[in-house]
Design a protein around this ligand. Structure first.
Ligand SMILES: *Cc1c(COP(=O)(O)O)cnc(C)c1O
Length: 393
């Protein structure tokens, strides 16, 4: 019996030993309030500012442009609402895509109720946003463009540098939800022409409940949390020093191993994809085969229910996901899979396996051994599959 196999790293990752080791002293000797002027406070302030420099260095930003938040969702909310209201006099139009994370989509939908107008750009069959569509959607009222770096369900990597360049040519603020990209692929705020960028600690082996928003100097964005003067007066609340320090340590490690992990994960990913498509009839890959996060596998397997597949995999000790953790539990098919053109019934039978540096080739082989058998078992019980096979005869 093998240990459990965890392949749901797009939902969350385990804290790495380096992050944990960096955090522990913050619960002990560095417990101080980073805003206090005494020595205990100054100790906390020092580790906090070291962490800010680490995050800034990895992104190619200045430390003063890094604002710590409670996670990816808050960073997205702050960026979008903050830019929308701060620039309301200039216009009320926002451009985003149909495949964004709900932290972006639901924020935009809320803004529509506040009088903003939002264009939700379609994507192609691979989940790619076309930069020309972005440019064509710009009006003289457009104040913000928000496009994700890499999709959390299908792993597609968007043409962010091109979109950023268009935004800047038109002097429009560009926000990028890079929560899935940071720690997985190279990210640079200047090369990407972004004005704001969201990241989240728990997606790259840091702790949960902590993230950051990069805000380029000079970007007009309203304050998000009102209260004390923390984060240069732009986000109140006593800083989460242990979380921030842990996130920075995890990010430094991920950045140092980025290339090596990328090569290894790409190999495992492609072995898994090929193995599934070879062994499971009526399966398809979702997302782009090359412009893809190194650790992301997303396949639709026709004539089965994704939820049933997940339960059977769980029984076999394999943790996977059927789309995103946020949408599982509801019976609606994923908005991302519908946006790439999958019919409802195909979208329902989808499986996401997301890998990280701690996954091994033995684990990939085990999944490839177990999965085809589970699929044929489930299909043997499926009236849909029965009808399909009989229809073919
Ligand atoms: C996980 C995720 C978020 C939300 O981050 P939290 O830190 O969990 O709030 C936002 N966007 C994307 C693309 C994500 O994958």
């Amino acid at each position: 019996m093998m240990d459990r196999i965890y392949m749901d790293n797009a939902a969350t990752t385990a804290i790495c030993p380096e992050a944990l080791a960096a955090m522990l002293p913050c619960f002990g000797e560095h417990f101080g309030n980073a805003s206090s002027i005494h020595g205990t406070g100054r100790d906390a302030r020092k580790v906090l500012e070291d962490a800010r420099r680490t995050v800034a260095d990895v992104l190619g930003a200045k430390p003063a442009e890094i604002y710590f938040t409670s996670g990816g969702s808050e960073s997205d909310n702050w960026a979008i609402k903050g830019a929308a209201f701060a620039n309301r006099k200039k216009g009320n139009h926002i451009i985003t895509s149909q495949i964004e994370h709900h932290a972006v989509l639901h924020t935009c939908q809320w803004l529509e109720k506040q009088g903003f107008e939002v264009t939700y750009l379609p994507v192609d069959e691979y989940g790619l946003v076309n930069p020309r569509d972005v440019e064509a959607a710009i009006t003289d009222k457009t104040i913000l463009i928000s496009i994700m770096a890499a999709n959390n369900e299908i792993g597609t990597i968007e043409p962010i540098p091109e979109i950023g360049q268009i935004a800047h040519e038109h002097k429009i603020i560009f926000h990028c939800d890079a929560v899935q990209a940071v720690g997985a692929i190279p990210v640079n705020v200047d090369a990407w022409h972004v004005d704001m960028l969201s990241l989240s600690g728990h997606k790259f082996h840091g702790p949960k409940g902590v993230g950051a928003l990069y805000i380029r100097t000079g970007t007009k964005v309203d304050q998000f949390l009102h209260g004390g003067a923390q984060e240069r007066g732009r986000r109140a609340t006593t800083e989460n020093v242990p979380g921030i320090v842990g996130m920075a340590a995890a990010l430094a490690k991920a950045a140092a191993n980025l290339e090596e992990n990328g090569v290894r994960l790409t190999y495992l990913r492609d072995k898994l994809i090929k193995g599934i498509l070879d062994a499971v009839p009526y399966a398809r890959l979702n997302g782009h085969s090359l412009k893809r996060l190194p650790g992301n596998v997303n396949v639709s397997i026709q004539y089965i229910e994704g939820e049933a597949l997940l339960l059977r995999l769980d029984l076999a000790g394999i943790a996977a996901s059927s789309g995103s953790a946020c949408t599982s539990g509801s019976l609606d098919p994923s908005h991302v899979l519908l946006a790439i053109g999958l019919p409802h019934e195909v979208a329902h039978g989808s499986l996401r396996l997301s890998l990280t540096d701690s996954n091994t080739e033995e684990e990939v082989d085990e999944v490839l051994r177990v999965l085809p058998k589970i699929v044929s078992d489930l299909r043997a019980m499926s009236p849909m599959y029965d009808d399909f096979i009989n229809g073919k005869k």
